[in-house]
Unconditional design. Sequence first.
Length: 485
Amino acid sequence: MAQSRRDVLKQGASLAAVSAAGLTISGSGAPAAAAGAGAGERVTTGPSGLAYPYLKWPEQVKESANTPRLCQWFSRNPSQATVRRWRQAGVTGALITDPPPLPWTAATLIADRQRLEAAGLHITAYLINITDSIVRGQEGREQQIEYVKQSLVAAGQAGIRVVEYNFYVHRLTEGYYELIDNEDRLGAGYTAFDYHREVDGVPVKDLPPRPGTPLLTYEQIWDNYKYFLDRVVPVAEAAGVRLAVHPNDPPAVISRGNPQVLASVADWKRLIDAYDSPSNGLTVHAGVTPEVGHDAVEFLRYVGAKDRVNHIHYRNVTVDEPRERYAEVFPDNGETDMFAFMRELVRQGYDRGVLAEHPRALDFDRENGSIGGQYAGVGGGGHGGELYDTGYARAMLQAALIMERGRKPVLDDADALVNRFYAAGAVKLADRTRLRANLKVADELAEQSEAAIERFAEVAEGIDDAEARISLTSMASYLKAQLPN
């Protein structure tokens, strides 16, 4: 029985995927061999006969200046071994973690940039230290803010696009411990956090301030933060530099007696509203966002619509209690849809850094003694884990580029398909004219007009020739699958 137009369109993404893979489609929507093809033989009927008919592999799915770009931690003067290790993994973005003392000078940053570029690296961002005097509103903050302003001017002069920073009174790392996954991943270590975990007999949530640390209210800390933003964001904007603040992580409400002002979605939105400029943005975090109980992809859309996505950290978590109990897991077994997150970055045209961070503890790294850094002993891993995360992130990026760059037919290819069937006598002149006209409308309006695609599908369904009808209705389904939800 012939399919109705609605049946064809309802097959959506599954039919589109088969069509995009170059297979003919049977009346039931299952792959079928074309006339003359042997059983199990792959038959290509899509434009140009390629698995991804609307883009070129691998040229159009590579990282470039117009795509998200993977980065990793580097010093300003990395060893040749470190450069080779990451270049072999395809990573060329350097997130600088050992910045020069404040205030920076353009000459120093330009020298850093030239040295790294000579090694085949580009600078993704610099970390900048925000001193206690700024966070706490203490004596000396005016001088420190002036140093930050001078440093941002220097960054702009040196062509540094992004400067990342933290804003903590205290970071509650005392809540971390190693959680071993003995069921799914056979001994892999996760970095877990528990707000109620005891340290020297005291729950982490009740730990007192460190000696010399004042007790402040939430609004006092926020006022200090706003004071800082009002003075540095205009300078960053004039310099062409984007500031990216990292969310408080762990995002506990209280950290050794002091509230945290960047530990919830409400806090991050308050930041965005505090100073209206793309230079006042966030490190949007695929892991911390679910840690506070919010969907990471949804929040990424919110921040992207305001052009405040200035840096990305790409890791995943499972959450038992938002802000209190969670575990940092592998990117593929946590709560964030990491493909949807990467695809949203591609849709937004994001072209800055993506850090695949916090490798898990693997036997390979344990056996080779390569586990180190601040998470050693609490589920953090080494270079084997880093390679896993980096490979996963690159695969997600390529898949997202395939979905987005191949999501609408190139009109010339669509015309060629219609013309091929016309030349073979499978499509009449009147049908060819209507198909081409309706396909043009569908192609131009694919992201917003279901009606335009249905018009094309209706004409396609009326084609007498079975092969032409199947191919053209499959193209209609491909278009339909690209409509936003």
